[in-house]
Design a protein around this ligand. Sequence first.
Ligand code: PEP
Ligand code: MG
Length: 324
Amino acid sequence: KEQLYAEIRNLPSVTRDGVPISMQLNCGLLIDLPHLHASGAEGIGLYRTEIPFMVRSSYPDVQAQTDLYSRIMDEAGDKPVIFRTLDVGGDKMLPYMTGGEEENPALGWRAVRIGLDHPSLLRQQLRALLLAAAGRSLSVMFPMIAEVAEFDAARRLLDMELKRLAVQGVAPPERLRVGTMIEVPALLWQLPALLPRLDFLSVGSNDLTQYLFAADRGNPRTSNRYDPLSPAMLCLLRRLVDECGKHRVSLSLCGEMAGRPLDAMALIGLGFRTLSMSPPSVGPVKTMLRSLEVAALRQYMSGLYLGADHSLRDKLRSFAKDHG
Ligand code: PEP
Ligand code: MG
């Protein structure tokens, strides 16, 4: 299989009936970057900036962050990178930064909530990203946004940093794209206000599933209890495809489901055209999609009753079997 994956690395990422699918990588460390070129992925759809923060013993200053982001951009070359701002808290605590014990860390003080309560932290990170991106492209994504007002507040911090650097004579990014993850279900009911503000939206299906079903992703008793290929999740994802299409916002999915071939197949059937996954998933997902007929799958899925089933996995698996 390894050999098969190596062989298809340079083949186009298109379905059998000619639909191009953009395959992106999830990364978090500099040592992940060689995979970007080795895997044939088109870019980094999720750069988890908290990972380098987690392996250090103290909070990196702006200079250290700028150097790091700049190296990532250098290594990525002309492939785009989406930098997600710090997503700590919950299950990812920094040893040098604790908010105190929480009874429900997953529902607690984490991700953009910390950055909005301590704007200087988020501003330092945004400043470092802007400095690293002077004269080149930058995509910034905020995690765990629960309401439009939070997105606006985060965006304002970015604009403040842009102004500050302009005063100092630092070149702005040649192209700046700003987006958010959708991980908190509340955001689903704010799409008409949210989407016009965004350049892109990325589904964090790991957390979105956890919050949608009220099922801890880290607890083995609950983490697999609900299937992302359930009627609730598929309806939700289909609606996101429709709404993003209407508002011309690029939509991707960067949770673990994008890296599982059957789940990825379902996503493509729903209309997703950008999937971001960990490096080892690229080969298997690409093998799947190159043999897929999207038109047949779309038709099959439009006839699926998204009602009372626990999961549509078996039905989708039998489609996959029947169609090679
Ligand atoms: C997600 O929640 O799906 C996601 C991609 O973010 P993380 O796994 O880093 O929480
Ligand atoms: Mg998440």
